[in-house]
Ligand binder design. Sequence first.
Ligand code: ZN
Length: 367
Amino acid sequence: MKSFLDPIENSNVAISSQLKASTPKKAQTRTPNLIFSSNSGVILYKIDVDYTWNSAIQKEVSNWSQISNTTVNFFPVMDGTPTDNWIIFVNDGGILPNNVIAAAEFPSNGEVGFRVRINLDFNNSQQVSESGKVYNMVHEIGHCLGFRHTNWQQMNENQDGATLIPGTPQQDGLSVMNGGTALNGWNGFSQYDILAAQTIYPYSSLDKWITYPEQKLYYNISSNTVSYAHIALYNNDKVGVSWNPNLVNTAAINVYLYQNKKLVSMVGNNIPNSGTYSFDLPNNLYTSGGHNFYNLQIKIESASNQNLSDMTSFFSVMVDQIFLEAISEKYLGSQAFQPLKDLIPFQYFTEKHFEKFLSLRFDRTFK
Ligand SMILES: [Zn+2]
């Protein structure tokens, strides 16, 4: 079983432009192994590579997450080491050839390709622009999601189960998944890259049943951080969930809370199909630091037909807003907290982020 291809085979190589200029058969192509639909929306990633690549990686996971009408969604590892369905970004440790900028693994066992290796002294340590880094990271993640090179035949690669993605054309010179393009800069996905992602990771008919908390990861350029669905609870606030009450013809729903993809508890039984519900955060959740709860998911199902269900992507909850209120009052005055909370309702933030946020906004720093 060839689950971890030779790095050369699924990597991005610096090749001269005459290769790119010729136009044999090309098309968006996938590996035989894709990510299970239950995994494609909850892909974790951890960055353990030279810091100069951090922002490119953050932008790249955001670029894939932000493609409309796909389930693909990424989340940073916040605590510990995941057990499955995660990507680690690492230095190549001198393994990759000089003309290979990075290499990735394809999916296996329904999980995302587990690793992206980056060649820090690529091409005799040439300077790689931020745009070049983003381009190459988008490309490598494409491999982790199961995309082969669009021009694999031109690159003389083995077929190894490569399958044309329906609806994509015979050629696409703009595809980010063309191989031999390590020197390119990021200029967005081609329209057929987008179609290919939408084709292999589509929403199911009930994937938009839950409307909150559900948010694709995005990159915040001013803070160089990524954001995703985050709930900040103040005092005894409950966790809210909203859904489209007209999508499924059911009188009532059941609501479940998951953490790290394992069921924590049923938090709502036979709830009227009104579109909103709120519940207390269970006290048996795993927490890091006592107030941050990561990798939570809510599932709702029809109380009369459990085959009708929807599950959110990961979201996080932070419960001790009192701390934030205290420091914002101390440094900014008593009226400062609510506007701040309104400004960043979904912003993923800890105390550290909050301090950074304040220091950016108000040029203050805290110890
Ligand atoms: Zn490649």
